[in-house]
Design a protein around this ligand. Structure first.
Ligand code: SF4
Length: 337
């Protein structure tokens, strides 16, 4: 019997505007007690992505053959405001990137622009739009009230061209970073996933220098560092979908969260290298964190670590309040338990 299977690529060009169904705001799905998670919240307003990163977990996850955006932003915001109202003294960071790219579809949907306007009125929440695109022109003139952080996932030029198909080139992303920061937005930087490749040290050093030629460190709300990780069953999918990719050739080990990663000494080496490059540009006021790593890795890279996931969440709030006055008042750790 012939199976009717849907290829993950099928839905990438087929955009549907859909009703909101059930709850769409939650904590980032990668949350895991054994790792130092940042406790960011997500708003699942976009499902699927027109880009093709060879490491993207959507190959393993979305199989209904369409791209969906929730059409009614008012309904999204009703849920957001109801949830954040219950903890008025807490500052929520809320991203729309969990199941897709926050801005890749923006020219056709205008959803991000609506969210930016809505968040500008919220006292205890910050919107994070994370992208690998340069589709920012339509949001530049919005009165964002300093409550939206436009973030970029960044990688060495060679990784972008070999593994992040269809995304904006590094040069275009950097121009976009410059434009949004000139428009008064805060910027987030995610050096993630770091990927081993020939000349990776030089590649990541050049990346960091390029980024800081475009934006002042004072305008950078947060910086994350992470490395390649995926569920073991993704290996075959990556090899089938991207036969030219070298991603799965490296030595990798399974972690407590059942994801495979590079072996620890290699990850440590990569993080230390990147952090060393960052320190040439940033100050102590910049908040830098590791994504999906254990406490001991934090200590080895930064020489210190937050006491808990909640403590890290509090440190974000403290930094955002101290640097930009975000949040109702000076955050108190007891509100982050
Ligand atoms: S940009 Fe993000 S969501 Fe889109 S294909 Fe790449 S990893 Fe997946």
């Amino acid at each position: 019997m012939k199976m009717n299977t849907v290829n993950f690529r099928d839905g990438k060009d087929d955009l549907h505007r859909v009703e909101k169904k059930g709850e769409v705001m939650g904590v980032c799905a990668t949350f895991n007690e054994k790792y130092t998670c940042c406790n960011v919240h997500v708003l699942r307003s976009v499902h699927n992505c027109p880009f093709e990163c060879s490491y993207c977990f959507l190959q393993n996850y979305l199989n209904d053959g369409v791209t969906k955006v929730v059409k009614d932003v008012t309904e999204l915001m009703d849920e957001v405001t109801e949830k954040i109202r219950k903890e008025p003294e807490r500052l929520f960071r809320i991203g729309t990137w969990e199941l897709g790219d926050s801005l890749a579809l923006e020219p056709g949907t205008g959803q991000a622009a609506e969210l930016i306007r809505e968040f500008s009125f919220l006292e205890n929440a910050v919107l994070e739009l994370k992208t690998k695109s340069d589709r920012i022109d339509s949001i530049l003139d919005i009165d964002h009230g300093n409550r939206t952080v436009i973030s970029w996932s960044l990688n060495a030029e060679q990784v972008i061209s070999s593994e992040e198909h269809g995304t904006a080139s590094l040069e275009k992303r950097i121009k976009a970073i410059h434009k949004v920061s000139q428009a008064g937005y805060l910027v987030g930087l995610h050096f993630d996933p770091m990927i081993l490749h020939d000349g990776w040290e030089k590649g990541y050093a050049k990346l960091v220098d390029n980024v800081f030629s475009a934006v002042h460190p004072d305008r950078i709300a947060w910086i994350s560092i992470g490395s390649l990780r995926f569920n073991p069953e993704m290996k075959k999918k990556i090899e089938n979908n991207y036969p030219e990719s070298r991603l799965t050739c490296a030595e990798m080990v399974v972690g407590d969260d059942a994801k495979v990663r590079y072996v620890k000494p290699l990850r440590l080496n990569m993080y230390k290298h990147l952090y060393g490059q960052l320190k040439k540009h940033i100050s102590d006021r910049n908040l830098v964190y590791l994504c999906m790593e254990r406490w001991d890795m934090w200590e080895k890279v930064f020489g210190s670590r937050p006491e808990s996931i909640n403590h890290l969440d509090y440190l974000f709030a403290k930094s955002l309040y101290g640097r930009y006055g975000l949040g109702k008042k000076e955050p108190v750790i007891d509100n982050y338990q």
